[in-house]
Ligand binder design. Structure first.
Ligand SMILES: [Zn+2]
Length: 401
């Protein structure tokens, strides 16, 4: 499968370089968007941590006690995750939080595949604030799962300092993806921007997800080339989590085992707070992942393994490095976008409850408790085309036990 399709949630609208300038709304400007004193009180009473920090403009050190004074619910930080991951577009199905609660889920993750701007606009807008209030009323945690490197290290900076960026297969400093993890300046910029964006994309679980660019290569410079993609990503993540924890001592950061970062790191050790997220995008869903000999959909050129057994061995090796207690599976059982080839119109989900249950049993036997799945393209248009989806959500919730 071409790299342009080996994404978590499919191709995005634009392939133009990221020239996004981060912008945070100051307190007065943000509050002016609230219509009335009553609305303002309601907003302050019910907003989630993400919206609260965005609104008050406070640093990550906005404390638990601060949150409790405003009536904020912190979310099930230590509870086992039972989640789905959505695009903001999927919230055209406006009652997603109620549906998730009815299915017994704990967590809704919002996804950005390449750029942050659409998700930022959603969170700062009326619909986003309503969504966050509905999540709180339904006792749902909110997280932000982001392909982030292109946003955290502006491609514009290549004109100023090419050494921030990776050396590609032709020996050139290339701003196409990721960074040079041996550049201290690059690491500092990335960590600083991760903290800055966390003021807006603030999870109610303290779990942050700043992934590498989707399916992209890493650095081949003299100082990086002996480190695998997983190890280079972990070098960056270690720097980010230290910066996050300087302002939020409970911060945790995902290391995603996916595409080029599937192999377990050996030469780089995770800092405290870095947890494993395992995303086996190339598996097939007619058989359980526990059936080791079943071929995956990975092409010869794909970094993904060619059998389910390969995925399980990779997961086991990563669990040895990162531990199982905090590890999370990011699955595709409900990923209509994936089953649709990341193209509209959406096909009907080939839901297989037995496979989902067997997969969960396999993951649980390996010690994993945090489980989520993409559910992208499960939106108002999907319901219009294929009928209501609550029975599938309920079955997913039941499979989680
Ligand atoms: Zn390098």
């Amino acid at each position: 499968m071409p790299s342009s399709q080996s994404t978590h949630s499919g191709p995005v609208e634009s392939t133009e370089p990221c020239f996004q300038v981060t912008h945070f709304v100051p307190l007065t400007e943000h509050m002016s968007a609230v219509d009335s004193p009553h609305d303002r009180r309601s907003f302050l009473r019910t907003t989630t941590r993400a919206a609260m920090v965005a609104a008050c403009g406070s640093a990550l050190s906005c404390s638990t006690s601060d949150a409790r004074r405003t009536g904020e619910v912190m979310g099930p930080r230590t509870a086992a995750t039972r989640g789905v991951v959505l695009y903001p577009f999927d919230l055209t199905l406006a009652d997603w939080p109620e549906r998730a609660r009815r299915a017994g889920l704990t967590t809704l993750g919002l996804h950005a595949a390449r750029r942050f701007d659409v998700l930022r606009d959603f969170i700062q807008g009326k619909e986003g604030r309503h969504f966050l209030r509905q999540c709180e009323r339904n006792d749902l945690a909110v997280e932000f799962e982001l392909h982030a490197m292109g946003e955290l290290l502006s491609r514009e900076l290549h004109l100023k300092d090419p050494t921030l960026f990776r050396v590609d297969e032709h020996g050139n400093r290339n701003p196409d993806a990721n960074c040079c993890p041996s550049s201290a300046a690059a690491l500092d910029i990335i960590a600083s921007k991760a903290v800055e964006w966390a003021h807006l994309f603030r999870p109610s679980t303290n779990r942050y997800f700043y992934w590498p660019d989707d399916g992209a290569q890493w650095c081949r410079c003299d100082r990086c080339r002996d480190f695998s993609a997983s190890e280079q990503a972990l070098q960056v993540e270690n720097h980010i989590v230290r910066a996050l924890r300087a302002e939020d001592r409970n911060a945790m950061l995902a290391h995603i085992a996916y595409s080029h970062t599937l192999p377990a790191p050996r030469r780089v050790t995770p800092e405290p707070g870095v947890f494993l997220e395992f995303a086996p995008i190339q598996r097939e869903y007619a058989h359980s992942i526990g059936e080791r000999a079943v071929p995956t959909q990975a092409s010869a050129a794909s970094p993904d393994p060619k059998t389910n057994g390969g995925y399980l061995d990779i997961l086991a090796a990563n669990l040895q490095v990162f531990g199982a207690d905090t590890a999370q599976v990011l699955e595709y059982w409900l990923d209509v976008s994936r089953f649709s080839g990341w193209r509209r119109p959406a096909v009907k989900l080939p839901w297989n409850a037995a496979v989902c249950r067997a997969d969960i049993a396999t993951y649980r036997a390996m010690g994993l408790q945090h489980i989520t799945t993409f559910a992208t393209f499960m939106d108002a248009d999907y319901v219009k085309r294929h009928g209501d989806l609550q029975s599938v959500l309920d079955a997913y919730g039941a499979a989680l036990g």
